[in-house]
Every structure is written in structure tokens, then in C-alpha cells.
Design a binder for this molecule. Sequence first.
Ligand code: ADP
Ligand code: ADP
Length: 228
Amino acid sequence: MIRFEQVGKEYPDGTTAVDGLSFEVSEGELVTLVGPSGCGKSTTLMMVNRLIEPTAGRILVAGEDVAAVDPVRLRRRIGYVIQQAGLFPHRTVLDNTATVPALLGWKRATARARAAELLDLVGLDPARYGPRYPHQLSGGQRQRVGVARALAADPPVLLMDEPFGAVDPVVREQLQDEFLRMQDTVRKTVLLVTHDIEEAVRLGDRIAVFGQGRIEQFDTPGAVLGSP
Ligand code: ADP
Ligand code: ADP
């Protein structure tokens, strides 16, 4: 579903963030990218939805070179969740969730009905939380809205960058559990960045262990834990 072929990224200042990266993610698979800060995880993720353009190699999503896909069409097929959720502060939770469908030109009523359905899916009562603004939610609730928003257009691919990084450990575990339950239902192809090996092991079908700009190991949680 996602295929990296010898992908490299050198930033204009000469920093090589990613170098000769090749790997594949199957349809419906959840792959976690784990490694220390600065090793190229976020860069890798953002090249998939073209927030960053690679300087070498190519990336295929569902067999199509992303460089050849119109970015708007691409982002319809690829949901994106970041730390701190990145919600629009002056829009209600319901409107935040309906953002992508609205951009895609869905009828307002349809977009809002879809948003309500998604809030329900992530465990937020739409009648209660839909009319609120982001600052009226807890950190964990905001992250859930971020996930709901990313899923609103039903993209087959979901990119998540430290999605549970901004909440305390108890809430984090709860969000991880909810996310796994949700993933059982929706079965997206997921790339999830974390610096937390426990999270990587807990969530990943497979784990890509990053070193400086490269994947050092790409295997199941059991194999990664079992290796020296
Ligand atoms: P991670 O997500 O693993 O923390 P990043 O992908 O954010 O790593 O960064 C990889 C490397 O690229 C780091 O050395 C970082 O400093 C560098 N980097 C990231 N963004 C830029 C940029 N816009 N310009 C120059 N260097 C950057
Ligand atoms: P958490 O433990 O997840 O960080 P908080 O202590 O931030 O939770 O919030 C607890 C509850 O209070 C949540 O249900 C949240 O919706 C509600 N809440 C937080 N801030 C506000 C606010 N400004 N207005 C209304 N409700 C709020």
C-alpha cells in the first residue's frame, strides 16, 4: 500500500535527514517508526503526503507515485494526525472534524453528519462535545478529535506523528487502547511515529527502528524485543 524506493531527503542547509530508505507497508498494516529524536521519522512521514518533497527516490501509495498525484487528491486519501492535534482554535469540535469533507466540497449537512459519526467512533458524544471549542477539551479529548478529523474523508492511509505524545501516561494508554479497538473496525494502513519503544511495540504490527536517516531493523514486535 505504501512503498519507499531508495528515498532520500537532504534539506537545503545540507542536512541529510533520510538516506536510501526502502520499505513497504501492506494494506491494513500498522507500522510504527521508532527511534531517537532527529533520526528522520517525521521527515519520512511527511514525504508520504508531500508536506516534504524527497530529494531522491520515490514513494508509491496504492501503486501510484505520490509525486505525480495532485496534493489535494493525495490528502483526501491520506489522513494526518500530529501531536497537540493541531485543531483550529476558533472552530467548534464538529466543524474541526468536518474540515476535510468541507474542503472536498461535500454538502454541509453531509459533512456534519459524517463528523458526528466520527466523533462517536472516537468516543466523544457529538451532542455534548461537537459544539465545544478545542480549549474546552482535555488534552486526550483533543487528540481524539484530531484522529476523528483525520478519518473524516475515510482515507485508506493514516499518518500519525506522536499522536499520543502530548498527554499524560494514563490517558496515553487509554488512547492507545481506544485506537487499537478503532483500528480493528476501520483497518487503515497506518504509519505511526513515536520515540517511545513501548508504544511502538504495543501498537505496531511491525516496527521500523530508525537510526540516523535509515531503518536499522524492520520486524515484528516479538522479533525486535528478542534481538540483542
Ligand atoms: P525525527 O522526526 O526523528 O525527530 P526529523 O525528521 O524531524 O527527525 O529530522 C531529521 C533531521 O533533519 C534532523 O537532523 C533535523 O534537525 C533535520 N531537519 C528537520 N527539518 C529540517 C529543516 N526544515 N531544515 C533543515 N534540517 C531539518
Ligand atoms: P485530562 O485529565 O484528560 O487532562 P482535564 O482535567 O483537562 O482532563 O479535563 C477534565 C474534563 O473537564 C474533561 O471532560 C473536559 O472536557 C472538561 N474541561 C476541561 N477544560 C474545560 C473548559 N475550559 N470548559 C469546559 N470543560 C472543560
